[in-house]
Design a protein around this ligand. Structure first.
Ligand code: FE
Length: 158
């Protein structure tokens, strides 16, 4: 089984309510992205950049809440699935829904990796590896700068 196939997370992991229809795609020109994103967000999301380990603002966040795409606010990950990977990047064992992210092979830098991107705007978020914890065995290794954190409300869920 290739790494590419491994990331096709079994549907059984998702509840009925999470099986939403795919959000409308957000399509912008590169000029529009340059104007609306910070230079760092543009480098990460639109140029498939990587932030240095332990440099981002979310790798050690433990609050309850939702992580959304910095480019389009698409909901991507719940704090309930975040774990301490020791890598210095925010790490999750699964996305918030099976439609929130897409994956593609990334063979840059003489490595075979699987890139993760936002299903709504196509922004590059990070990579997924097969050395994560239960229940998926996956490690979604994300750039802090590609995400915005929305803390849960007082009566909200994380
Ligand atoms: Fe997005």
């Amino acid at each position: 089984m290739s790494r590419w196939e491994i990331v096709k997370t079994p549907h059984i992991l998702y509840s009925e309510s999470e099986r939403e229809t795919i959000a409308d795609k957000m399509v912008k020109t590169e000029e529009e992205w340059r104007r609306t994103l910070t230079p760092e967000e543009y480098r990460l999301l639109r140029q498939e950049g990587t932030e240095p380990a332990f440099s981002g603002k979310l790798w050690d966040t433990k609050e309850k809440g939702i992580y959304v795409c910095a480019g389009c606010e698409n909901e991507l990950f719940s704090s309930a699935t975040k774990f301490d990977s020791g890598t210095g990047w925010p790490s999750f064992f699964r996305p918030i829904s099976e439609h929130s992210v897409e994956t593609k092979p990334d063979n840059r830098l003489f490595m075979r990796r699987t890139a993760v991107e936002c299903s709504r705007c196509g922004g590059h978020l990070g990579h997924v590896f097969d050395d994560g914890p239960n229940p998926t065995g996956l490690r979604y290794c994300m750039n802090s700068g590609a995400l915005h954190f929305k803390p849960a409300g007082k009566d909200g869920e994380g």
